[in-house]
Design a protein around this ligand. Structure first.
Ligand SMILES: C[S@@+](CC[C@H](N)C(=O)[O-])C[C@H]1O[C@@H](n2cnc3c(N)ncnc32)[C@H](O)[C@@H]1O
Length: 343
C-alpha cells in the first residue's frame, strides 16, 4: 500500500480510479479523483455544525471519515466488509492520532445494532440494496449521504434496469443527471414512507461519474412523486416520453451551500447556489439555438442574462455544462436566445 495525503489526513491505501477501477484492484480502494467529493463533503459538514455520531458505512481506507474527524471534529465510526479495508482503517487511524470504533461488517447489520446521526453510503455502483436498512435504522432527524456510480442506469442509458432497480423511468439528454438525482431521491422517499418517515434533501449534485445526495430523515409528510417530460413540464401522472416517478421538490437548500471556498470547489458551489431555487429540469442551449433558427449557439451566460432580463429565473447547472434551468416559456427562450446572439 502507498502512503497518500488528502486534506489534513495522511493514510495508506491502494490507488484506484482511472485504469485501476474497483473491479481491477486487490486491496484497499482509494480513488484520488473522488477527492473533490470528499472536499465537498468536508465543506458541507462545516456548514451544518454537526455534533452527533457519524458512520463511514463503506469506508475502504477510511479517508472520508478520517478527514471529517480531523477537519470538522466529527465523532466517526467506520464499517467495511473487507478485512483488508478494516486493517487499513485501523492503521490509518493510528497514523492520524485518532481513536475510533471500526466494524468488520455489512453496513446493513451495523445500523441495526447502533444508532447514528449521520450515515454515509459510498458503494461501488448502486446504493439501492443498502437504502432500506439505513433509512429504517438511522436516528430520527439523522442525515444520510448517498453516492451512486451506476450513472448510466440512473441517467438514461439503461431504462429497464433503472426501473427494476429504482422503480422509475430515466431521461436521456441534457437533464439526464438531474433526473437521475430525482430518481434516487424518489426511491429514498418511497422507502422512507414505508417506515413512516420522509426526506428533506439538503444538497444534491453530480460530478464526473458519480451522483451524490445529502438528505435529512424527517417525520412523515405527504409528498407525491411526479413525472417530467422533455418540455420540462411537471406532470402528476405518467405519460408517454416522461421520466418518473421523481422527487420533484427542492434538491438543494440555498442556505446550506458552502460559501467562501476557493478554486474548482468554490466555482461549483457558486453554480449550485444559483440553481438552488430554480424549477426542475434543464434546456439544452444547442436545442434553444436550433429552435431560434440561428446558426451558432450563443454563450450560455449571455442566454441566461437575456432570459433574466425578460423577468424569468435562469441559471446554469452542475448537472450539465450545456443546460439552462429556467421557468421562461418557449417564446421567451427563443427571443432571449436570438437576442443573446446579437450581443
Ligand atoms: C467505493 S468504496 C468506498 C470509498 C470510500 N468511502 C472513500 O471515500 O474512499 C466501497 C467500499 O464499500 C465496501 N463495501 C461493499 N459492500 C459493503 C457492505 N455491504 N457493507 C459495508 N461495506 C461494504 C467495499 O469493501 C469498499 O471498501
Amino acid at each position: 500500500m502507498i502512503e497518500h495525503q488528502e486534506g489534513k489526513a495522511n493514510f495508506r491505501a491502494n490507488l484506484s480510479g482511472k485504469d485501476k477501477g474497483p473491479g481491477k484492484i486487490k486491496g484497499v480502494f482509494y480513488n484520488p479523483s473522488m477527492k473533490f467529493s470528499r472536499d465537498l463533503n468536508v465543506e458541507f459538514a462545516k456548514k451544518l455544525d454537526f455534533g452527533g455520531l457519524f458512520l463511514d458505512g463503506m469506508a475502504a481506507s477510511g479517508i472520508r471519515g478520517i478527514r471529517l474527524a480531523l477537519e470538522c471534529n466529527f465523532n466517526v465510526e467506520f464499517c467495511d466488509t473487507s478485512k483488508l479495508a478494516i486493517d487499513a482503517i485501523k492503521d490509518n487511524l493510528i497514523l492520524n492520532n485518532l481513536k475510533s470504533q471500526v466494524f468488520h461488517a455489512d453496513v446493513q447489520d451495523i445500523v441495526k445494532q447502533r444508532k447514528y446521526d449521520w450515515i454515509d453510503i459510498d458503494p461501488f455502483g448502486t446504493p439501492a440494496p443498502y437504502l432500506d436498512a439505513v433509512i429504517e435504522n438511522i436516528k430520527d432527524g439523522g442525515i444520510l449521504g448517498v453516492a451512486a456510480t451506476d450513472t448510466a442506469v440512473l441517467c438514461g442509458a439503461k431504462p429497464s434496469i433503472c426501473f427494476k432497480r429504482y422503480g422509475s423511468y430515466s431521461m436521456k439528454r441534457v437533464a439526464a443527471k438531474e433526473v437521475g438525482i430525482r430518481i434516487l431521491l424518489g426511491r429514498i422517499q418511497t422507502l422512507a414512507r414505508k417506515h413512516d418517515k420522509s426526506i428533506e434533501p439538503l444538497l444534491s449534485y453530480s460530478e464526473g461519474h458519480h451522483l451524490r445526495v445529502f438528505l435529512k430523515i424527517i417525520e412523515k409528510k405527504d409528498i407525491s412523486l411526479k413525472w417530467l417530460n422533455y418540455e420540462m413540464e411537471v406532470l402528476n401522472t405518467e405519460s408517454t416520453d416522461s421520466a418518473g416517478p421523481l422527487w420533484m421538490e427542492k434538491i438543494i437548500q440555498l442556505n446550506l451551500v458552502p460559501e467562501n471556498c476557493d478554486g474548482r470547489l468554490g466555482k461549483f458551489f457558486d453554480i449550485l447556489r444559483k440553481e438552488a431555487d430554480g424549477p426542475p429540469g434543464l434546456f439544452d442551449i444547442n436545442d434553444m439555438a436550433r429552435d431560434a433558427e440561428i446558426g451558432q449557439t450563443p454563450k450560455k451566460l449571455k442566454i441566461i442574462e437575456c432570459i433574466m432580463n425578460e423577468g424569468f429565473f435562469a441559471s446554469g447547472s452542475v448537472f450539465s455544462p450545456l443546460g439552462i434551468k429556467t421557468n421562461a416559456p418557449h417564446d421567451v427562450r427563443i427571443k432571449a436566445t436570438k437576442f443573446a446572439q446579437s450581443l
